[in-house]
Design a binder for this molecule. Structure first.
Ligand SMILES: Cc1cc2nc3c(=O)[nH]c(=O)nc-3n(C[C@H](O)[C@H](O)[C@H](O)COP(=O)(O)OP(=O)(O)OC[C@H]3O[C@@H](n4cnc5c(N)ncnc54)[C@H](O)[C@@H]3O)c2cc1C
Length: 457
């Protein structure tokens, strides 16, 4: 793994300042990406499934560019889309990434099949201090635009549920597609490239001191993503850079992340790890109906990942354990039809049996249905419909899919993603305080914000 921002040594905090990191000892090797796929490319790029060997040295016939119109920091979803768009306008684009291969999060996404967009994307599917900020970019690059690119590359896809589109085969196809598109417009994509320092010696140009040497550019696009999965190359680089150039940052925290339980709450459920069922999770006015999965540390599954983005320690979190049921009516019917059946047996018919059993041991006294008074039956219904889940925390960035918060959108143009403080500086993708729900929305934001910046950078 290349260097990360923990080694930063800041030497100036002004918008025209300089920003430093320790040098990365890794080197470069490139190979031509075409291999018969897609349009011909005139420049070498990396293939997604062929990691470059560390320490192999810079390929001799590839002198490091000293100048580019646009430098994009981060060869992830947003950075590559920005490079494709800017390159398509005839801009000379250089994409730099410190990792050993591009698009690592794309590769690991969607269980290896990349949930690359959501056909139902609306601004309401995003969390941000300014819920209007994402509207312009999302309107100008839609799921249909990305699907058109996917189809041009003959990548087979399917809808899983709720508008979520996945590759039939592999996420690698999406990375390969982006690299082919980037190559077709002449964008130069480099990995193993850490950034040691960034200066803005005069208005209008940036000077980057990198492992490739010193590079000057007119436009600098920051697409370094969020903090989740540090083992995949995530760093706080983009946040630090934003701060140094005078941008406000909103507090960051892990989103789309499993929740942890502790004490008696964990003791009661831990041995049920692996049990899954449908719930409706509710917190702070948000609700999501989907699967819950009990884990050895707490709870996960789509319903929990979704609601985790709305939850903070101390917040009340409730689960409807039988969503879609008219609980008082259903329990009343069970009492009438099965008076001798115990509550745990009745619940075991609609919930996983072991969970129903545990529920009745720890939260609901189980006895024959006929013995419940109307008031008690109402209390059972109330508990089943709004079961309190006492989470102690989240699994954190180690397993989170996204980072909430980040670069405050107040400092950015919503149509171009350009900094309001530093002309020519752009922030796109997850580093910005725009975070999507689970289900392909985060990639759609990456494509859309990358496209918006690429149109002007
Ligand atoms: C396990 C997992 C599964 C996911 N599945 C989905 C999904 O199916 N659908 C969906 O919509 N979203 C999914 N997401 C979220 C999605 O991957 C991100 O929101 C998206 O990748 C953000 O794009 P980005 O380009 O802003 O950042 P990233 O894709 O994270 O790219 C940032 C790039 O910047 C590089 N970088 C970081 N620091 C530096 C530095 N200091 N110097 C140089 N380069 C640097 C990184 O190496 C990386 O290549 C998933 C996330 C995870 C972790």
């Amino acid at each position: 793994m290349a260097t990360d921002s923990s080694a930063l040594a800041i030497c100036s905090g002004s918008a025209a300042g300089c920003w430093e990191a320790s040098a990365d000892r890794a080197a470069f090797r490139f190979r031509n990406a075409h291999g018969g796929h897609g349009p011909p490319c005139s420049r070498p790029v990396l293939t997604c499934d062929t990691p470059v060997r560390k320490g192999a040295g810079v390929t001799p016939d590839l002198p490091p560019p000293s100048d580019a119109d646009v430098v994009v920091l981060g060869a992830g979803a947003a950075g590559l889309m920005c490079a494709i768009t800017a390159g398509g306008r005839g801009r000379r684009v250089l994409v730099l990434d410190h990792a050993n291969k591009v698009g690592k999060k794309i590769l690991m996404s969607g269980g290896g099949r990349c949930n690359f967009t959501n056909t139902g994307t609306t601004p309401e599917n995003f969390l941000s201090a300014n819920p209007h900020f994402c509207k312009s970019a999302l309107a100008r690059y839609t799921p249909a635009d990305f699907i058109a690119m996917v189809e041009r590359h003959r990548i087979a896809w399917h809808e899983k549920e709720l508008g979520q589109l996945f590759c039939n085969d592999s996420s690698k196809q999406i990375v390969r597609m982006l690299l082919e598109e980037a190559a077709a417009v002449g964008a130069d994509v480099r990995t193993h490239c850490s950034i040691d320092a960034i200066e803005r010696p005069d208005e209008g140009r940036f000077r980057l001191h990198t492992r490739l040497g010193t590079i000057e550019c007119e436009s600098l696009v920051v697409a370094t993503g969020g903090l989740s999965i540090p083992s995949m190359g995530a760093t706080g680089f983009g946040y630090e850079l934003a701060r140094k150039f005078g941008h406000a940052l909103l507090p960051t925290r892990a989103g789309l992340v499993p929740l942890t339980l502790s004490g008696k709450h964990l003791d009661r459920l831990q041995d049920l790890s692996g049990v899954a069922f449908e719930v409706e999770a509710r917190c702070n006015g948000a609700s999501f109906r989907n699967s819950l999965l009990l884990t050895h540390r707490g709870v996960s599954g789509p319903a929990i990942l979704q609601i985790s983005s709305f939850w903070q320690p101390g917040d009340e979190l409730r689960l409807d354990l039988l969503p879609g049921h008219d609980l008082p009516g259903w329990l009343g019917a069970q009492q009438r039809d099965r008076p001798a059946a115990e509550l745990r047996t009745v619940l075991g018919d609609v919930l996983p049996r072991r969970f129903a059993q545990r529920l009745c041991e720890a939260w609901l006294p189980s006895r024959p249905m006929r013995q419940y008074t109307p008031t008690q039956l109402r209390q059972v219904a109330d508990l089943l419909g709004a079961w309190p889940l006492v989470a102690s925390g989240t699994e954190g960035y180690r397993t989170a899919e996204v980072t909430l918060g980040g670069v405050d959108t107040a400092g950015l143009s919503s149509s171009t993603m350009m900094s309001r403080h530093v002309p020519g500086l752009y922030f796109i993708g997850e580093v910005v305080d725009v975070t999507g729900w689970l289900g392909g929305y985060n990639f759609q934001w990456a494509w859309a914000s990358g496209h918006a910046a690429g149109l002007v950078a």
